[in-house]
Each structure stands twice: as structure tokens, then as C-alpha cells.
Design a protein around this ligand. Structure first.
Ligand SMILES: Nc1ncnc2c1ncn2[C@@H]1O[C@H](COP(=O)(O)OP(=O)(O)OP(=O)(O)O)[C@@H](O)[C@H]1O
Ligand SMILES: O=P(O)(O)OC[C@H]1O[C@H](OP(=O)(O)OP(=O)(O)O)[C@H](O)[C@@H]1O
Ligand SMILES: [Mg+2]
Length: 297
């Protein structure tokens, strides 16, 4: 393979992870020129290009060295690692990304009660995730038959081809529509940044490090709010106790009002109206709550 000096990131071409992944990369300052076939996007500014593919292909592309990093569901990454132990061993989940939340769960027909793993002994379980299901069954000492299906897994019990299923669940609506009940969670999933455990030691490694630092800055502040207010000094203790995430505020004196300060704090999580009203009752005024775009410590 020809050596590359540009970093290449794989992401889903079209699906649930596409928009949030694109938005995340944009927040990291990456801009791409879309090529005509829209499978390869050349990065403008930073030497980082994008490959748009089926999500199932992402771990393999990283393992083969075609891409350096990928944005993919933990469910897909782990399944690849379990079913490709040799190539999958050097791969890692570098960062959880906080979107694409779902879970891989075992579900049984609604009329069946679920009273533990032993109930699945000898049953046929339909899934697109034989690696993850197989690992769960082994670790719970259950001997069951794994029935592999590429899609529409939820219909298998009604067709009589399986007794239970193991598939992704988000709202649970698909399970209900197929008269199934969620019995047990096998994996909690979200989108992750996947990559090889050892980043390349060359220029690409340096770009990857830079990207990881930017990503950390974006992830860290994504749910944060900067709060500004004026407050009497003697109310500071009470107000600080009301700040979400209990941050240590920065205080600035107010000219001509020695008993007052301007308080600034980075709060983890949003600040509700109720919290603002409580702070106002404690003596705060002129409160501003601002979203935070980036952070570099
Ligand atoms: N309700 C959900 N159902 C399925 N996956 C979800 C859900 N919510 C989040 N996800 C996550 O989004 C990922 C991509 O889901 P999507 O349905 O877009 O994939 P796909 O149909 O396999 O797409 P592709 O065409 O790329 O193969 C899943 O692997 C999972 O990690
Ligand atoms: O708990 P819910 O919110 O109902 O989501 C779960 C369903 O979503 C996914 O299917 P998707 O809609 O992507 O269809 P597909 O499997 O045909 O791609 C998944 O395979 C489940 O069937
Ligand atoms: Mg797929």
C-alpha cells in the first residue's frame, strides 16, 4: 500500500450516524470538499480526508489500514472485534462520542415472562450480532442456537424461525410492534471514534493527536453552559451551591460596589429556569447563560 501523509476518517455514508458525525467533525474545524461520487471527501485546511461508507465496513477499513479513524456504533466495532479476533485485537474505542445511543438487547415474546439467562437454554435466538450474542451466552453459561439474520430480526419469532431475538433497541417501538418484550441488555451502545490502538508515529499520528485534542475540547463543552451574573459577596456561598456541576466560579470586583462581584462559571449541563430563579432569590441579578463552542485548556 502506498504510504499516505493525510489522515483518513471513515464515517457512515447515509444513516443515523451521518448528520451528527458530520456536525462533530465540523465543530472540530474540519471542512471537506465533496467529490462528485460523494464517497471520498477531500479535506480543506487540515490534511484530513473523509471516506463515506456503509457503517459495517468501517472497522475492517481501519483494521486494513485504508482508514486511520472511524465513527461507528460501539455495537458494530465490538462485533467486528469478536468475529475478527486477529485484526480486531489492535483496534480500540478511542472516544465515546455521545450520540447514536441504543442498546443491543435480547427480547422474548410478550407472553413469555423472563426470569433469567437459564430460560434461554436450548432456545433459538435470531440476531445480526452473532459475536456479541455468543459472548453473552458463553459468559452466562447458556447453550443456545444462534440464528443469523441480516435484518428484520424482530419478525423471526412470529415466523417460527426463532424463539427469541437479539437486536438493537432504542425507543422500544419496534419490539412492541412485533409483540416482543426486552428481556436483558447485552451491550449499551453509542457512536465511538474507533482507531488502531497505536497511532502512526509519523505526520498522520500528529494530525490524529491534534484531532483528538480538538474532539476532547468539543465533547467537554458540548453540554456545558457559561453562566454570568452579578451577585452580592455575602450570597456567593448560597449561589455557588446552586450552580449545576458545582464549578469553581471566577469572581471579578465591580467598580463602585465593593459588596458586589461579577461571577462567571462553566457549568456541566444546562441551567434550568428554576435554577436561575433560585439564584435570583439568593441575590443574583443580570444573569446570562451562554452555550460554549470550544475549549482548549
Ligand atoms: N434505533 C436504532 N436502531 C438501530 N441503530 C441505532 C438506533 N439508534 C442508534 N443506532 C446506532 O446507529 C448505527 C447506524 O444505524 P443505521 O440504522 O443507520 O445503520 P445501517 O442500516 O446498518 O446503515 P448502513 O447502510 O450504513 O449499513 C447503529 O449501528 C447503532 O449504533
Ligand atoms: O427501538 P426502536 O426505536 O424501535 O429502534 C430499533 C429498531 O431500529 C433499527 O432498525 P431500523 O429502523 O434502522 O431498520 P433496519 O433494521 O431495517 O435498518 C433496529 O434494527 C431496530 O429494528
Ligand atoms: Mg449497516
Amino acid at each position: 500500500m502506498k504510504p499516505r501523509d493525510r489522515l483518513r476518517i471513515a464515517m457512515q455514508k447515509s444513516g443515523r450516524l451521518t448528520d451528527p458525525a458530520q456536525e462533530l467533525l465540523a465543530r472540530c474545524g474540519l471542512k471537506f470538499r465533496q467529490s462528485r461520487d460523494k464517497l471520498f471527501c477531500f479535506g480543506e485546511g487540515e490534511p484530513v480526508d473523509l471516506l463515506l461508507v456503509r457503517d459495517d465496513d468501517i472497522p475492517g477499513l481501519i483494521a486494513e489500514g485504508v482508514c486511520d479513524l472511524g465513527i461507528v456504533g460501539r455495537n458494530v466495532l465490538r462485533e467486528f472485534q469478536l468475529t475478527n479476533p486477529d485484526t480486531g485485537a489492535g483496534m480500540d474505542e478511542l472516544r465515546p462520542l455521545g450520540f447514536g445511543h441504543c442498546r443491543l438487547s435480547i427480547a422474548v415474546p410478550q407472553e413469555d415472562a423472563y426470569d433469567g439467562p437459564a430460560q434461554l437454554q436450548g432456545q433459538r435466538i435470531a440476531t445480526s450480532y452473532p459475536g456479541l450474542l455468543g459472548e453473552w451466552l458463553r459468559s452466562h453459561g447458556v447453550d443456545a442456537k444462534v440464528v443469523m439474520l441480516a435484518g428484520s430480526v424482530e419478525i423471526a419469532p412470529r415466523l417460527g424461525t426463532a424463539d427469541a431475538i437479539c437486536d438493537l433497541v432504542s425507543s422500544g417501538a419496534t419490539l412492541v410492534a412485533n409483540q416482543l418484550r426486552e428481556a436483558v441488555v447485552v451491550v449499551e451502545s453509542e457512536a465511538v471514534l474507533a482507531g488502531r490502538r497505536e497511532l502512526p508515529l509519523d505526520e498522520r499520528g500528529e494530525i490524529a493527536e491534534l484531532l483528538l485534542r480538538r474532539l476532547d475540547g468539543v465533547i467537554q463543552v458540548r453540554d456545558s453552559r457559561l453562566i454570568l451574573m452579578q451577585a452580592p459577596r455575602d450570597a456567593l456561598a448560597a449561589i455557588t451551591r446552586l450552580l449545576p456541576g458545582l464549578p469553581i466560579p471566577t469572581l471579578t470586583p465591580v467598580d463602585g460596589a465593593p459588596d458586589q462581584v461579577v461571577l462567571q462559571a462553566l457549568c456541566a449541563g444546562s441551567v434550568s429556569w428554576r435554577q436561575l430563579e433560585d439564584m435570583k432569590r439568593a441575590g443574583a441579578r443580570d444573569m446570562l447563560v451562554l452555550p460554549v463552542e470550544k475549549m482548549l485548556a
